[in-house]
Design a protein around this ligand. Sequence first.
Ligand SMILES: C[S@@+](CC[C@H](N)C(=O)[O-])C[C@H]1O[C@@H](n2cnc3c(N)ncnc32)[C@H](O)[C@@H]1O
Length: 260
Amino acid sequence: MSGQAPPASALERALPLLDADARPQRFAVPRGYLDLLGGIDVESTGTAFDLMNTGLVPRIYERYWRPGLGRVAKGVLGPSMRDEHRIARLLLGLTPGDGVLDVACGPGNFTRDFARVVAADGLAVGIDASTTMLERAVRDTPPAEFPAAAYIRGNAVELPFRDHSFDAVCCFAALHFFDDPFRALDHMTRVLTPGGRIAILTSCRLRTPLPRTIDGLLGARSGQRMFERDEITGALEERGFKDVRQRISGLAQFVGGRLR
Ligand SMILES: C[S@@+](CC[C@H](N)C(=O)[O-])C[C@H]1O[C@@H](n2cnc3c(N)ncnc32)[C@H](O)[C@@H]1O
């Protein structure tokens, strides 16, 4: 016996990053994620949001759902899932020891990747509102293999973290679900350190009139917002990001930037 205390878990290391009023009085994580919403549900924005809270979708999400719908959104020649992971890593510029926030992390499919890169001294926090998604995330993220990963149940539109808490923030395949995506962007900006990096994958409207009618209808039916081509790049510039980059692929856009 060395008498040394075991290293703090990633969730314990994430606690000081929480806003004082969001910090739990008692640290208890019976389900493996820290639940800051308790009995409160984030208000649904439509069918697509509701599906994320079922038992089935989180089970098939990473292997079938996300690659399948991603292909439809990005087009046949668009980036693969492997490319998406590469784009996220590139835009976030992660190095060992960094702190990264994965907003609307779903089953942790990107959080795990980030946890590997930032390694044991870093922190990869995934936040999502869906209990079923987070249960799956915890199941697929054994702490021995991913000592940097921590999951929190919270609202992406009202991020419960202190200012300047993270070196990088990722929000893939989710901004278009939020009831107030620009408020979510305000929070993502707020929690970044100066010089911090952001990576976003979201919807993007087509240019020509007939396809625009169709993409508008599809978006409205599923409860997903279709962003104009310069709406997200402009929103990041307004919030003080520089080197804002965009790659459009079909109905999807990847956007990255660095906070001044
Ligand atoms: C399509 S999944 C994206 C998962 C992952 N980021 C990816 O790229 O595959 C969208 C996620 O957004 C979450 N979500 C939607 N609105 C949210 C909100 N207001 N706060 C937190 N999570 C939200 C859903 O629960 C769902 O897990």
